[in-house]
Design a protein around this ligand. Structure first.
Ligand SMILES: [Zn+2]
Ligand SMILES: [Zn+2]
Ligand SMILES: [Zn+2]
Length: 741
């Protein structure tokens, strides 16, 4: 135990020392390399040296330096990114508002992808309750500023980017200055006032806002304020998506907006949404077309049953308060007041405590216990409600001492003993609140005014109906005076007046079996078993609805019509979809025994292979190329030095642009068929020098070489060479500066 303590202390000291050293280092760095401090940050165009031809002279790397190609190669390979896209990413500036559950994962992926500049804003410090979802902060970061903690982790993920922490709360005063330095804003705060502010901000500075939210097991994601000069809408003007105000013109009531601290959240849910925010940010940076982005659409992720849906959002409102041509809101306002909710978790927490207390006191009041009531307090022009007026518990009051009651035959005042009255009092306060109201209402008879006197000016006099008060005694209604009535029940006259003015509440019974008719309906649908060979092989029990419907919505409409015609209330579209998925029912049935289902078809399409897997693997395992058609990288280098052999790089276009050996030709293997292939074969026949095929690892080049060999007459075949080991071998044997990706 003692040893443990000493170790813990030592670790603490070492951490302190490490921090001091790091501070010292960054100070020296700042002195050496100017105010930016982060001398390693690299932005394309700043260092032309690295991008020019390297010493060996065999490599052309497009415009990216070698380290960037190696570092980002896995994403440069994508046709949607490529060298050009990576350049854009390296030049992009992204502002992340909130270093919490959403901000951490998105910042992480954006930093890893090489986004040139990341700004991260958070006013809060790391608490141990944050760590389960805010993955940029570690245990030792407790009580450290979240912005600083996030920035330091981001720097250790990618030292080539610039990270700027802002340890402040974004508000109407500072937001403009900070945000205008960035290209894309990520709203990772998940509170309504900030969302309105960021949306307005994004309209003013014309930068898109990627807005995520996560609560309990559900997450949402969409893009607001998107506009694109390069993509036109139907009318030919530049495309513009809705802003937050277009979709939600008025703020929701503060009570319906939940918070993670009050309702909880499963860590991976903001993780998923945050990462998707990063994906959308990259897509915006890459200038992908609006129909591919989450513009005018909202993605809803439900972790409970692992479903995602995208719902259509409203289109941009042409008379929107901020993003229309004639906006009524032209500068940032006080959003906390606008939404009557605090934009700050701390304040939210206090507000929640107040709400909890209010409810607690309310329950005490309703059960007759002592409680704290409200008073108003004026502070300048603002009126505040303070709950600190102590009210005593409900007690049985004295019976009346009126002579009239004593003499009256009708009134029971004197006949009720204090014991009787105590019994009535206790029974009354055991009732539910609504029952109390109904009880009081049932015991007061209203006697209408017999004759209303018409006063001067023809106005009726204000005399109201007189009340006759009764109490329940020995299961009989007995008349008492007002004083006895109120004192026996322990209530005040104002309460009675108020209750009488209200309309009696009806108890509502929720229909819990609404979806039962849906389940019955679906069970009665004609159903056939799956014939999809792949599904059957995998042992899944998918079944198909044997109806001629276009899609699920079509089926839903039929269901709604059928249900309405039976005078029943149909279940919602979401429930409908859920029941179908629980029953493992699909809409599209395979046409014949060999046909695969839509799921498998989609999967195959998405892989988009020009060569099917079997062909690919057979080729590799057969090693079809004889030794005379193989050549090593250093031999290729020698040949290129002596003459001018035709060197054909069969990688995809973007890969070739990323980096390639000088004096080579690019013929992507995907295009090697039909006339392209014929032309290449002709070229090989005419060539006097060898024709060398190269690719990244030496697999695709074999396939390409084989395609050509199969069409060549015997005499020309020895000319065809495949470079063994591909460009990896080239980097190892010939040019160490060639990027290995
Ligand atoms: Zn708008
Ligand atoms: Zn009385
Ligand atoms: Zn299938």
């Amino acid at each position: 135990m003692e040893r443990l303590c000493t170790l813990e202390n030592e670790i603490k000291e070492l951490r302190q020392k490490l921090k001091e050293k790091e501070d010292e280092m960054s100070k020296i760095r700042r002195e050496l390399f100017g105010a930016q401090g982060d001398f390693r940050a690299w932005i394309p165009g700043q260092d032309q040296l690295e991008t020019s031809f390297t010493d060996a002279g065999t490599v052309q790397c497009g415009t990216l330096p070698k380290w960037a190609i190696e570092r980002y190669s896995r994403q440069i390979l994508l046709k949607d990114i490529g060298v050009h896209g990576q350049m854009k990413i390296c030049q992009a500036k992204v502002l992340i508002v909130g270093a919490g559950g959403l901000g951490c994962p998105s910042a992480m992926y954006l930093a890893a992808a090489g986004v040139g500049e990341i700004g991260i804003i958070d006013y809060d410090v790391v608490e141990i309750t944050n760590i389960h979802r805010q993955v940029l902060h570690f245990e030792q970061d407790e009580n450290v500023s979240k912005a600083e903690s996030a920035a330091s982790t981001l720097r250790s993920i990618n030292s080539r980017i610039k990270v700027t922490p802002y340890n402040l709360q974004l508000d109407s005063k500072n937001a403009m200055d900070i945000a205008s330095q960035y290209d894309v804003i990520l709203d990772c705060t998940d509170n309504v006032p900030t969302r309105y502010m960021l949306s307005d901000l994004s309209c003013f500075i014309k930068k898109p806002l990627i807005s995520g939210s996560a609560l309990k097991m559900e997450g949402q994601l969409t893009i607001y304020g998107y506009r694109s000069e390069s993509h036109k809408d139907d009318k030919g003007s530049s495309y513009q998506g809705p802003c937050y105000r277009c979709v939600f013109p008025t703020p929701p009531s503060p009570d319906v907006v939940g918070s993670c601290s009050a309702h909880g959240v499963a860590g991976p849910v903001p993780g998923v949404i945050g990462i998707l925010q990063a994906m959308e940010a990259l897509k915006i940076i890459l200038d992908m077309s609006p129909d591919k982005l989450l513009v005018e659409r909202m993605l809803i992720f439900d972790a409970e049953d692992m479903t995602t849906r995208t719902v259509r959002l409203r289109k941009r409102n042409p008379s929107c308060a901020t993003c229309s041509d004639n906006p009524t809101v032209t500068q940032l306002v006080d959003y906390e007041a606008y939404c009557s909710a605090p934009a700050n978790d701390k304040k939210k927490h206090e507000a929640r405590l107040r709400t909890e207390r209010r409810i607690e006191e309310k329950i005490k009041r309703m059960t007759g216990q002592s409680y704290f009531g409200f008073r108003t307090h004026k502070e300048g022009t603002q009126k505040k409600w303070i709950q600190d007026v102590q009210k005593s518990e409900r007690r049985l009051g004295p019976s009346c001492n009126s002579d009239f009651c004593a003499r009256s035959n009708r009134r029971y005042c004197k006949k009720l003993t204090d014991m009787d009255r105590m019994e009535i009092f206790q029974k009354f306060w055991k009732l539910e609140w609504v029952e109390k109201k109904n009880y009081v209402r049932s015991l007061i008879d209203l006697v209408p005014v017999k004759r209303r006197r018409i006063c001067l000016k023809n106005v009726q006099c204000r005399k109201v109906d007189s009340k006759v008060y009764n109490l329940f005694f020995n299961s009989e209604k007995v008349e008492v005076c007002r004083v006895t009535f109120l004192n026996t029940l322990g209530i005040k006259e104002a309460m009675v007046r108020c209750w009488l003015a209200q309309k009696p509440m009806k108890k509502t019974v929720k229909n819990r079996f609404k979806s039962q008719n849906l389940i019955d309906y679906i069970d009665k649908l004609p159903i056939i078993d799956s014939k999809c060979p792949i599904c059957l092989d995998s042992g899944s029990s998918v079944k198909y609805v044997d109806l001629n419907v276009k899609n699920q919505f079509h089926l839903y409409k039929i269901y709604v019509n059928d249900t309405l015609s039976k005078n029943l209330k149909p279940a919602s579209r979401k429930t409908f979809s859920k029941v179908l998925s629980v029953k493992n029912l699909r809409i599209f049935k395979p046409k014949n025994e060999r046909d695969v289902c839509d799921l498998v078809q989609e999967h195959n399409d998405s892989r988009n292979y020009n060569f099917n897997d079997d062909f690919y693997h057979n080729d590799l395992s057969l090693k079809i190329l004889p030794q005379e058609n193989r050549i090593t990288a250093s031999q290729v280098f020698e040949l290129m030095g002596k003459g001018s052999p035709l060197v054909i790089d069969v990688r995809a276009g973007p890969e070739y642009q990323m980096c390639h050996v000088l004096n080579t030709d690019n013929r992507p293997i995907d295009g090697l068929r039909g006339s392209n292939l014929d032309q290449l074969v002709g070229q090989v026949e005419e060539s006097r020098d060898p024709v060398i095929f190269i690719c990244r690892r030496g697999n695709d080049s074999q396939i390409a070489a084989k395609l050509v060999l199969d069409r060549l007459p015997e005499v020309h075949r020895s000319k065809v060479k495949d470079m063994t080991g591909g460009l990896h071998a080239w980097a190892a044997q010939v040019d160490n500066n060639f990027p290995v990706y």
